[in-house]
Ligand binder design. Sequence first.
Ligand code: PEP
Ligand code: MN
Length: 348
Amino acid sequence: MIVSMSELATAEEIERVVERIEELNYKAHVNRHERRTVIGVAGASGESRDADELRRTPGVESVLRASQPFTLASREVRRERTVVDVRGVRVGGARAVVIAGPCSVESRAQLFETARAVKRAGASMLRGGAYKPRTSPYDFQGLGLEALRLLKEASEETGLPVVTEVMATEDVEAVAGHADVLQVGARNMQNFSLLKVLARTPRPVLLKRGPSATIKEWLLAAEYLLAGGNPDVILCERGIKTFETEMRNTLDLAAVARVKELSHLPVLVDPSHGTGRRSLVPAASRAAVAVGADGLIIEVHPDPDRALSDGPQSLTLEGFSALMSDLRAMQRDTSYVEHEREEVGELP
Ligand code: PEP
Ligand code: MN
């Protein structure tokens, strides 16, 4: 349920309401808006006796039933957009952020060459898989801890924060010790044990949409992280399964716009997995920025034909640099697209 305090409510009244919510065994998520305070009470119905009691409490203006099951992720509770600060990179702010790097970390030389090139081209974060969720058990599974160490070193050299996937609860500590953002891969979006552990981990989480997940299921997965205590959630649309076979997945760009209506959380787009084809990545990237995505996560490899994973969808270093120029030009040409954003900014 959603408890809206009156504009005239005093700090003591707000405090008393929060205390009462907690006495009733719920968790209060307080959002102080410019004029009034709104308290999200996850998991509580707006039609219970508890709701009636809160309605009569001094300072409370209304107690409403949340219209969506994902109370904390919804804009009903929090109207301001969430900005996730990753070592100074603001995800969900005025600038579209670009995260780039290889699908998998394969070697020191491959990672460092890519990291330096994407940094030069203007990327704001580095990606690279250490633990890889591969469809076949015979495919390259990632370098694990060795890759985490290399990512940390590359981050220290370039200054780029690192995003990498964590697949299992037992790896969370090691991954959190080496990376700035923990990615939950599409196949793990509904791994609720993993989400519960990440909810208690002091690192932002990049939550990919499951290949067959509805928007509601995706936002409920985000709700696990928020309800468990982690406010730093970044969503990522990476394509869903449809009947279409020309592309690896069907990139659902309308979902990005819809999620931004429903939720305050930032939304990125992954045009690499979303299309599966290098030739389509630039067009899908431009479309994602135009539809209002808060940024992109793009696979880049110095020699895609020899990549150990996802070569066909990886941009070359030159291809990535050309895409960054296109995106910069596009943001200048289409500043009208920016009107709905709170502030106007440019790609780096
Ligand atoms: C990846 O980012 O390399 C990856 C495996 O992504 P997804 O979980 O979206 O398939
Ligand atoms: Mn990949």
